[in-house]
Each structure stands twice: as C-alpha cells, then as structure tokens.
Write a protein that binds this ligand. Structure first.
Ligand SMILES: [Zn+2]
Length: 327
C-alpha cells in the first residue's frame, strides 16, 4: 500500500477519508501534524486541545524588534497548517516553512488523488457604477435598517452549525480560512463540525477537490479550477451605513429586473453587510455592481466572511442577522 506520491517523498497513509469517524480521524491527524511541526520548528508549547502551539520563530535571527514569548504560533486544526509570526522581518522564512509544512502534511497527502479540475466559466462583463442612481437610493435610506429588523427572518436564527448544514448537505469540499485568506484550505464539511464560530472566511461555492498542483509548481488550495458550479452569489456593498446598504439590497429586490431578495445577511464584523442569494443570474450581478457592490466578488473562488464566524483582527462576531432556509 505504500504508494509513492510523485510530489513528496512521504508514503501516502493507508486510511482514506471515506467512511471516516470525524473524532478519531481528527485526533489521529492532530498527532501526526504535531510531530511534523516539531520536526521542523523544534519543541513547541501546545494548548490544551493540541490545536495550536507557541514556539521559537524559525526566522528569529531576522527580527528587528524585541522578541516576545507569544510571537510565533502554529495552528494545526484547519484544512491546512498555518504558521504566523508577529514580526514582519521574518516573513520570508515563515512562508518557506509554511510551504514545507503543507507539502508534508499527512491530511493533504491523503487527498491529493482527488483532483478533478472543472471548467469555471467565462468572466462576467460588468458595468460601471451608476453614481446618480446610488445617490438617489441612499438619499431616501433613512430608517431602512430599523424597518428591515422588523422583517420575518431576522429573529430565531439557527446557530451557524445548523445553517452550514442547510447550505451544504452531503458533506461537500469547502474552502475555509482563519486569520488570512492566504491560509485558505479545503476540507470536508464534517471535518470542521462544531468549530463554525471560530472560522473567519469561506468560499460560498463548494470545491470539487481539496487542492490542485498548478503549473508554477505549487499546490493551489483556492482557485477557479477546483471550484464546482456556482451555488450561491454573495453581494458586498462594503461602504455606507447599514441604512444605505439595506436600501440598496431592497432596491435590487423591488425595482427593475432581474430582481431578487437574499436568503441570508451576514455582518462582516466591521462595517459591511454580506447578502447571500440562490439567484445566480449574471444580469442581476451586473445590476448589483452598478449599485456599488464589490465587482471582485464575481470571482467564483472569492472568500467571504464565514456566517456566524469571528473576525480575527477585532474579535467581532460575524453575526447572521437575517436567514430563511433556501432549500
Ligand atoms: Zn518571526
């Protein structure tokens, strides 16, 4: 069974992820990842759960400001191993070690054979912002958020675990990240059950494979080539008050065509509202872009704030403020 992996000298572990027992699988994986991290980083001080550890930064000699005991931390409970150091001057070394940790990661070795690239579709043509229309809509936006909060769907919202189950039945591959989009990795939905509130980012569209070996000779964990067909569309207005953002979302649902109302609205934990739709029409997205929605979110592999997750830089909850089961 010791099948050689063409990209790494390590043999592929015998046990696959099919029919896995998530709890046993998780503890086995944590132990293997702990051993791997200590082989590259030296002795580490693990937290009680064994999911993250403090250690000496591998680039400590490059630090230009004083060292602290909590500078360097490794996280091993995500779909990919993440290594972070508080200092900036050592980042090249941190990236080098991170790449090595990921390359030798026992989890991703098991998944390497599951690469099934899929066509991602043509790029959407998008219009310019219609400033005049935006000004008109937001000039009448006063009180829109307070009125919205009276709508059905803003109360008795299920917890994030139940919502993720409703949005992603059948245990698909999902791309999630903590701390930074750079740390995105793809895993089965069941592999992060119970930790939903600790994640920061998610790609709304399920993936067809955990990663792909790209032409530049790196593993790519998040790209259009491994995204499945579009399942959800998310709009991010990213500026203006909640009144103004809700007024724009409402305009898209009540005026002109094609029109749609979201099934979920998530607070970014900073200033913006993310509206999730099952309506995938590209003309609808073009209308939203004309009203100021972020055009980059048309990218099928774009990361959005994890519904009900937590924002690392300020600790804020990414609260789900509206939800109606789309199924
Ligand atoms: Zn460092």
């Amino acid at each position: 069974m010791n099948e050689q992996n063409s990209f790494s000298p390590n043999p592929a572990p015998k046990q696959g992820l099919i029919n896995f027992d998530p709890i046993r699988e998780k503890s086995r994986l944590l132990k293997e990842r702990q051993t791997l991290c200590e082989s590259l980083l030296g002795p580490l001080c693990w937290n009680k759960e064994g999911t993250s550890a403090l250690g000496v930064c591998p680039g400590i000699e490059l630090h230009t400001t004083p060292d602290g005991p909590r500078d360097c931390i490794v996280y091993i409970d995500g779909p990919v191993i993440s290594l972070n150091c508080f200092h900036f001057s050592c980042q090249e070394e941190i990236e080098k070690i991170t790449a090595e940790l990921r390359d030798r990661d026992p989890l991703t070795l098991e998944e390497k054979l599951l690469q099934v690239p899929s066509p991602s579709g043509a790029r959407e043509k998008l219009p310019k912002q219609n400033r005049k229309l935006i000004e008109t809509i937001i000039s009448r936006a006063g009180g829109a958020f307070a009125r919205f909060l009276k709508a059905p769907g803003t109360r008795d919202i299920p917890d994030p675990e139940a919502i993720i189950d409703q949005l992603y039945p059948d245990n698909p591959w999902l791309c999630i990240a903590r701390i930074s989009p750079r740390d995105a990795g793809t895993t089965r939905r069941e592999n992060f059950r119970g930790s939903e509130r600790t994640w920061e980012w998610i790609v709304p569209n399920p993936m067809t494979a955990p990663r792909i070996w790209n032409r530049r000779g790196y593993w790519s964990y998040r790209c259009a080539e491994i995204c499945g067909p579009r399942k959800y569309r998310v709009l991010d207005f990213d500026s203006g008050s909640y009144d103004e953002q809700i007024a724009l979302i409402r305009y898209l649902a009540t005026k002109e065509v094609p029109r749609a109302w979201p099934f979920m609205i998530v607070e970014s934990g900073n200033r913006s509202l993310h509206a999730w739709y099952t309506f995938l029409d590209s003309d609808f997205f073009a209308r939203a872009v004309a009203l100021g929605a972020d055009r980059k979110t048309g990218d099928i592999a774009h990361l959005f704030r994890f519904p009900g997750g937590r924002r690392t830089n300020n600790g804020n909850e990414q609260k789900i403020i509206y939800y109606v089961n789309p199924q």
